[in-house]
Design a protein around this ligand. Structure first.
Ligand SMILES: C[S@@+](CC[C@H](N)C(=O)[O-])C[C@H]1O[C@@H](n2cnc3c(N)ncnc32)[C@H](O)[C@@H]1O
Length: 335
């Protein structure tokens, strides 16, 4: 279809003219077309809050997850302009599409910090800096700006109270969450870590001598048979895919006590606000299928992040102003 017709399609999307959109699509106008402003029809419709036009374009194959050259999606436009209806339609489309196709799930690393990390991270050398661990490609495995987040995760999973909580943490990193967990009344604190150098460093730092700490060296996938059930569980690995975390979630019914609390590092799509929301919903839905309800606690993180934080890091793995800390518990209705 010619550029003028495709431009007309963008214009009809911008004004929410559903009948013109329908006619143009019927004669072959391209719903994926990007105009000279680098926007496609779906983005125009979302930006101006035309929920019906958004619905129509999606039903004719407009991709919900297309982005502008600067990384903005139709959902971001709806969000930025407070168009709740258009946003809801796009969110629903994103979640449904991911549930059925798992497009991002197959290709997305657990956090944007590792979006293209080498697959054998566990066999490669890491570098320890004052405030970080870096992999062999100068991507950050863990950074200390996450301290307030890790403290909040520890608080969440230890909030069951009572004496002698039993807690499991998957992925030691620089030990932020484990240090925070130690401040609670924890009877049994189990830590799984798979990287040999991270493991050696833990031992050098004395983690092996702490009375209530049990370190299990290896991949969580291989350690599973040694695990018990816990009052609190935190999951934060590196170099793994979303699919791996989904696999871990399948074991929660055995690993988490009835009134236990589970949380994970919620870095999924941490470089795009809308995709991040889609992922929050997707994980919550998948956990709901296992009988867990998930609450997301918003934590402002803008103050933790200055440009200096990212000096020497190949990829800014978190670019959003708010972190959504997940707190998952067995749904009372399903227990
Ligand atoms: C992002 S860091 C964890 C940071 C930690 N939450 C903290 O507070 O410092 C991820 C850690 O998971 C470890 N890891 C990666 N894959 C793993 C696996 N399959 N099983 C266990 N640990 C793994 C990495 O070596 C790394 O130490």
């Amino acid at each position: 279809m010619s550029k003028p017709s495709n431009d007309l399609l963008c214009e009809a999307a911008r004004t929410g003219d559903v009948s013109t959109l329908t006619s143009l699509i019927a004669v072959g106008a391209d719903v994926s077309y990007f105009d000279d402003a680098n926007l496609n029809p779906l983005m125009h419709a979302a930006k101006h809050g035309h929920a019906d036009a958004v619905r129509l374009l999606l039903s004719h194959g407009a991709p919900w997850n297309a982005i502008t050259p600067t990384g903005i999606s139709a959902g971001d436009f709806a969000m930025e302009n407070s168009h709740q209806d258009a946003f809801d339609v796009l969110l629903n489309a994103g979640v449904q599409s991911e549930l059925v196709l798992g497009t991002i799930a197959r290709n997305t690393r657990l956090d944007s910090k590792s979006s293209s990390v080498s697959s054998d991270y566990l066999e490669e050398r890491v570098r320890f800096g004052e405030d970080r661990i870096m992999d062999s490609e100068s991507k950050a495995v863990m950074m200390s700006w996450e301290l307030p987040l890790m403290e909040a995760h520890a608080r969440a999973i230890c909030s069951g109270g009572g004496d002698g909580l039993s807690v499991l943490n998957v992925g030691f990193g620089i030990g932020l969450v484990d240090t925070a967990i130690q401040k609670y009344n924890v009877g049994k604190h189990t830590i799984i870590e798979a990287h040999p150098e991270v493991f050696d460093r833990m031992l050098k730092q004395g983690w092996g001598e702490k009375e209530n700490v049990k370190i299990l060296f290896g991949k969580w996938q291989d350690i599973l048979p040694q695990l018990e059930s816990y009052d609190g569980i935190f999951f934060d690995t590196y170099g793994e895919y979303y699919e791996d975390m989904r696999q871990f979630h399948q074991h929660l019914p055995k690993l988490l006590k009835q009134d236990g609390i589970y949380s994970y590092f919620n870095g999924l799509c941490g470089d795009n606000a809308f995709f991040h929301v889609v992922y929050c919903q997707l994980v919550a839905l998948e956990l709901a299928n296992l009988g867990y309800s998930t609450q997301f606690i918003p934590l402002p993180v803008r103050d933790c992040l200055s440009d200096r934080v990212w000096e020497g890091v190949k990829q800014k793995y978190w670019q959003l102003d708010t972190y959504h800390l997940p707190v998952c518990q067995l749904d009372c209705d399903s227990s």
